[in-house]
Ligand binder design. Sequence first.
Ligand SMILES: *Cc1c(COP(=O)(O)O)cnc(C)c1O
Length: 493
Amino acid sequence: MAVEPLIFDLSKPGRRGTSVPQATGPETPIPDELVRSSLELPEVSEIDVIRHYTRLSQKNHAVDINFYPLGSCTMKYNSKINEIAARMPGFAHIHPLQDPETVQGALELMHDLQGFLAEISGFAAVTLQPAAGAHGELTGILIAREYHKLRGETGRDTVLVPDSAHGTNPATAAMAGFKVVTIPSDERGNVDLAKLREAVGPSTAALMITNPNTLGLWDEGIEEAIEIVHNAGGLVYNDGANFNAILGIVRPGDLGIDIMHFNLHKTFSTPHGGGGPGSGPVGVRADLAQFLPAPMIEKRTAADGAVSYGYAWPERSVGKVHAFFGNFGMHVRAWTYIRMHGAAGLRQVSEDAVLAANYLLANLKDRYDLPYDRTCMHEFVLSARRQKALGVRTLDIAKRLLDFGVHPPTTYFPLIVEEALMIEPTETESIETLDAFIAAMRQIADEVENDPEYVRTAPHFTEYKRLDDVTANRNLNLRWLPEHRDLAAVADD
Ligand SMILES: *Cc1c(COP(=O)(O)O)cnc(C)c1O
């Protein structure tokens, strides 16, 4: 017997993991169009399935296993109380088409969360509908488009994007039909204000800025940048994915930012979940609330003082961007996280996240290059160009870190740093974990000098070594098929 049989090979005709009780009442035939003549799934027992998925989970790295300093992704620990709250039957077993009277608690929670996020960020209104950060960006930029259209300024067809912005920003602007103009950074890693001044004009729809930016730096000229764009008649969109650095310290709305998205799966500790379901709420200033996706959750107070919650359709809504209300389970988790911490606790989250990042930076900058040598926010970007000169690339260092049981940092991003290693420790790690990471990074720096081949051929201790990323990406094959069928046949179905 193979040590680890794949579930596909275990299939035995007639083997089952469930048993359905014999029906006792009258039979109701299922309409023909809903019935498939065959359902070709592996036929396996319950224990086969459990062992298969447990084994798979052990092959993967996870934040519940060890340190995961993946820059820009805020892989903080997701407290289990979030999960307990989201699994409460009153939240988990309701349906969005239920009569609102029967789901008042869920609506109250969403209304609360809209309000909490607005309060934390300084915006007038927040939609919970978008399912991810990039989805929030698209929602926000569609709102900017409607805003200009309503004012008759349809010539505003350009979005300015600093080169330190996240890659989703220019992608979003292009997807919404805008031209994208890149604004360079200055030598301190801030948006180059002179270049911004040259670029703005009557065709400027918006500046899409990531602040703190992907270098992990607070833009020192942010208020001036906002003024430049506003004076030219444009809006300022802030990519708020890096909000974990400034909770309770700065409210982007107070700075004059017009639109911002939040990543609940980063800052507010809801799971990232392999690409989804995430949640990317969007906050806007007061006069943009009329464009938010519908419906919003509204609080109503009757003449007798009775409070209830219902749905409201913003007057000039951009429409729906997600079925129903977005990923409600994530709203429950984020609500729980915010209530668990309270205002002072959220501020401490950011203070500790920034402290942890600066602690790593201070203990690594003598061994790796630090192109922008400033106090960082929640993350920082090293360059392995010194190691590259010795024949070792960032990718090799990342692979070697796997031998220490650590998920590597983000590599080769941002693009403006050669051989980039973007490190974000988050606030949920102990000093022992941070010290172990420092020791590993310093040991790897030694190895690069003394035995570069050892780093180049890493990892040495993981079950799998270097996978072919490109093939894995292009020829993704996740689907089991019985032997007699092939993918082409399925495509024809
Ligand atoms: C993660 C991230 C995004 C995209 O968010 P998703 O939820 O992955 O779509 C955008 N901008 C920045 C700065 C990010 O870190």
